[in-house]
Design a protein around this ligand. Structure first.
Ligand code: ACO
Length: 334
């Protein structure tokens, strides 16, 4: 391999976009029997943004990507690879290719990656491998989800939790390594706790030959099991990733978790012994935006100058699969 190839990974731009239409807890109580007080107390969520039927995931993902590229000072022709992490593409064949076309990033190869709410962390680690191998130098990683299309709007246990949005980062090869450590896990045996599954209806083609022609069913979730899983596994995976990086919890400047629920963020910080001031949280404004939640929070914190160069950011995603993972990042953006 060429010794001049830079193998470190640096984040050089962030961006985000959410739909204009929002729905607060009071408005939601016109849809299901709930209250602002119940939702705020149990989840910390006050507001979520909802993509309108005439709009698309591709549009908000493209907007987020454009902002990230602008911050990185890169034009579309400079991007080598686009990874879209989503569970809710506009097209089941994937939406990354259309985003590539809308950005005019004609040199870039583009594909979708699905790992539900762990998607951004899984995508970050995947993108890093392409840089480490020397294959690509400039990668656009987008996390975008539109779960409003897939929740059961008559199920108050789930519909209050989710919102729509997109976040993006640009990752570039650098001399210095900013991705200090990571750990990823999957436990498919727990898959039944959180699903958005296809249900086939049998259709006879000819005698003895059938096909399944059905639809995806609204999301189902065992909230208590997911809560237990998150509060147990997320601190563990962060500690393992920190250990791999050669860091301790005391050296963490920021805890940036998938924004599922404020109670989960607080419980994970408490188990790690991290003070609440170190928690990055915007779940109140957006709800759970699945693969988009970490990059949206990252973008907001970046634009509000929350991070300083050299800060240690412990990220973790968790969700359907069941999957979970952590990435320890040294902040390298000014
Ligand atoms: N408004 C009012 N009452 C409600 C609502 C609501 N929106 N939802 C449930 N309730 C009621 C229930 O019917 C139940 O009433 P009952 O006792 O009379 O039967 C009562 O409140 C308690 O219900 P629980 O489901 O036990 O409530 P819990 O305290 O577990 O809180 C919650 C539910 C917030 C979903 C919690 O379990 C949780 O945070 N789980 C984690 C879920 C999560 O974050 N998932 C996403 C992560 S993975 C991913 O991102 C895809």
């Amino acid at each position: 391999m060429n010794s001049f190839i830079q193998r470190g990974i640096r984040l050089t731009g962030t961006g985000s976009a959410v739909p204009l239409t929002s729905l607060d807890n009071h408005q939601l109580s016109q849809v299901v029997t709930t209250s602002d007080d119940w939702i705020k107390t149990r989840t910390g969520i006050c507001l979520r943004h909802i993509l309108q039927p005439s709009d698309s995931l591709t549009v908000i993902a493209t907007q987020a990507a454009q902002k990230a590229m602008e911050m990185a000072g890169l034009g579309p022709q400079e991007i080598d690879l686009i990874i879209l992490t989503t569970s809710t593409p506009d097209d089941l064949f994937g939406s990354a290719a259309l985003i590539q076309a809308q950005l005019g990033a004609t040199r870039a190869v583009a594909f979708d990656l699905t790992a539900a709410c762990s998607g951004f962390v899984f995508g970050l680690v995947t993108a890093a491998q392409f840089i480490k191998s020397g294959v690509y130098q400039k990668i656009l990683l987008i996390g975008a989800d539109v779960l409003s299309r897939w929740v059961d709007w008559s199920d108050r246990r789930t519909c209050v939790l989710f919102g729509d949005g997109a976040g993006a980062v640009v990752l570039q090869a650098s001399e210095h390594e900013h991705l200090l450590g990571f750990q990823l896990y999957t436990d498919g045996a727990q898959n039944h706790h959180l699903n958005l599954s296809y249900q086939a209806h049998e259709k006879t083609l000819i005698d003895q030959v059938y096909v399944g022609q059905g639809t995806y069913q609204p999301m189902t979730m065992n909230g208590q099991e997911i809560y237990r899983f998150a509060v147990q596994k997320v601190p563990e995976v962060i500690e393992k990733a920190l250990f791999q990086a050669g860091y301790t919890v005391e050296q963490v400047d920021w805890l940036l978790l998938h924004q599922a629920n404020q109670r989960i963020l607080d419980a994970v910080a408490e188990r790690l012994g991290l003070p609440t001031e170190k928690i990055i949280s915007n779940v109140a404004k957006y709800g759970n935006t699945s693969a988009a939640s970490i990059p949206i929070a990252l973008d907001e914190a970046t634009r509000q100058s929350q991070f300083k160069k050299g800060d240690i950011v412990a990220m973790a995603g968790f969700g359907a699969g069941i999957s979970w993972g952590s990435a320890i990042v040294e902040w390298g953006l000014i």
